[in-house]
Design a protein around this ligand. Sequence first.
Ligand SMILES: CC(C)(COP(=O)(O)OP(=O)(O)OC[C@H]1O[C@@H](n2cnc3c(N)ncnc32)[C@H](O)[C@@H]1OP(=O)(O)O)[C@@H](O)C(=O)NCCC(=O)NCCS
Length: 144
Amino acid sequence: MNVRRMNPGDLEKAAELEEICFSDPWTYEMLSESFENTLYRFFVYEQDGQVTGYAGMFKALDEGNIANIAVFPEYRRQGIGEALLAALIDEGRKEGLSRMFLEVRETNYPAVALYKKLGFTEAGYRKDYYHDPEEGAKILTLDL
Ligand SMILES: CC(C)(COP(=O)(O)OP(=O)(O)OC[C@H]1O[C@@H](n2cnc3c(N)ncnc32)[C@H](O)[C@@H]1OP(=O)(O)O)[C@@H](O)C(=O)NCCC(=O)NCCS
């Protein structure tokens, strides 16, 4: 099993992943603050001593809101994103949450395909939710 809970020593890699993968990345400080927040859960994927991906969610009442999931480009399409998402879903189940929830850029086809592969379905749409570039968000949910 290459998925493990994130620890403070992984925060720099997570910030690097954010910088590479998103136009509005979480900074090291944002990640560090969330990591200290007891409502957040973070996991990383480690191969040969290298962190190649990370994912996080926060709990809001009985829902798990997936906040981030990212894999370094050279390690994509090897099942890492799926393993990380499965870890978040498993965590949600263990913690007795009713459902998982997330927003995703409507044209982020790899991410939408990943979520749908693990059973998420479309529950709504938020117009102009994202900036840089401006784009709508699909809202996806999974009943646990
Ligand atoms: C989305 C992301 C995390 C997927 O990670 P990954 O490790 O490449 O995904 P996996 O190899 O585990 O793929 C699992 C499934 O997702 C889907 N998928 C992943 N990448 C895909 C692609 N480029 N095209 C189509 N489907 C894709 C497939 O259904 C795949 O299953 P399959 O291999 O049996 O076809 C990765 O592309 C990424 O880091 N993107 C940038 C960050 C991002 O957009 N995060 C989501 C924010 S909401």
